[in-house]
Write a protein that binds this ligand. Sequence first.
Ligand code: SF4
Ligand code: SF4
Length: 476
Amino acid sequence: MPEILINGQKFEAEAGQTVLEAARAAGIFVPTFCWHPQLSTAGNCRMCLVEVEGRGLDIACNMPVSAGMRVLTDSPEVRAHRRAILQFITLNHPVDCGICDKAGECSLQDYHYAYNGEASISAEPKVRSTKYYNLSSRILLDNERCILCLRCTRFTHEISKSMALGVESRGDVSVIRPVADRPLGDDPYSDNIVDLCPVGALQSRQFLHKTRVWYLEPTPSVCPGCARGCSVNIWHRKPEWHVKTLDPAQNQSIARVTPLENPAVNGPWICNKGRDLARIFERRRATEPMLQGSPVALETALERARELIGAARHPLALVSNWGSNEELDAFQRSLGAVFTAYVKSDSVPQPGERLEDELLIRADKNPNSAAARALYADAPARLPEGTDLVLVWGEGCDFGALPRGARLIFLNAYLAPENGHADVFLPTSVQTERDGHYTNFQGVISGFHACFAKPSGALDAEALFRSLAAPARVHA
Ligand code: SF4
Ligand code: SF4
């Protein structure tokens, strides 16, 4: 454990650490553009320059610690060099923060105010480059904003392995460009480069000019897109920035989804499917309880469901593997003794979707199969003869395969033709409207939290199960 001095304070560094890692581990901030803890060291931005006694200025990201080293991270000389680097970077940068999606979370903006604060010293016109360059159907590139840190190219080479990006030309006409025959659009992790880009050069088409980041706040959640259960932040408008007249639907919608770093599950990455959660949760919702397609009061629907449960001799339930641990527990406690229950897969791989890989994506496209299977077996291909009542919870049911003549109680959150065919239909909440936990395929339990209010009429499955159980007959 080499002992080093940083800004006059002694620290025990770990053998093999760089000065940057040792400083950050000691809680001392050193600014960086190109360095990222999960990527190889490029050393090209020079922002992490520090002063080392007897050695002068050098980049901390590529300097191994050695015993007795004396490092200054914020000396006048270091600050002067950081200022010079920022003046160099902004020579040709458009500084168009007013229309840039990255404004408010841009390292260049932050470091400019911390270390430079001066207008460009150049009297020459800025070098112009490509704007809105089409990298894929999801990502645009603004080469004028690019500072050539190469985080994006290293991500595609080292993490997603798509090798989709490279650098073309040299000097002040260097540009990031797609590699021929390796479309970035085929990389299911491509959107991580938008987060990685320290400036606003890489722009998500989904998010482009939709809102400003300071209007938004994140709610920690879990991606339900596969059994990995990546930790994510779901971003939505802060209550104090709710729009009242223009488009109030924005107040209840997902503005973007970003990774929430979780070393036990997903590290700092997620796949593109996890970014598209609005497509799952913002489908048209079912909000009315129904009896055979006719809207009724909730209590009327519950009463009819209780009657059916009480009268059934062989009731069977198909349990959702999108149900949370709490909901599964509520089903088991309330109705587990009444129903013969099996696990149903709510979601299956879609055409063109990557099935599985070694980074994150799992073949099981459901978030909570592990917890559901700890309670019940998978549903058999043919459900038992003689079943006279089926409770279907969630999507993915093959209604044509249900036993003929069996009555149907259906719990679903979304509008679907099958809702109106059920003897009793009960509308439920979705993940973004309640708190809960999922257990991923490794057994890691992760929590999600409500971002939005439930639509009027929708109920949490947990409450419905308890209510259905109240007077139900328990079979021996
Ligand atoms: S596009 Fe962004 S991440 Fe890629 S090299 Fe330029 S500044 Fe770096
Ligand atoms: S790997 Fe699975 S859990 Fe993670 S973001 Fe993608 S779909 Fe969601």
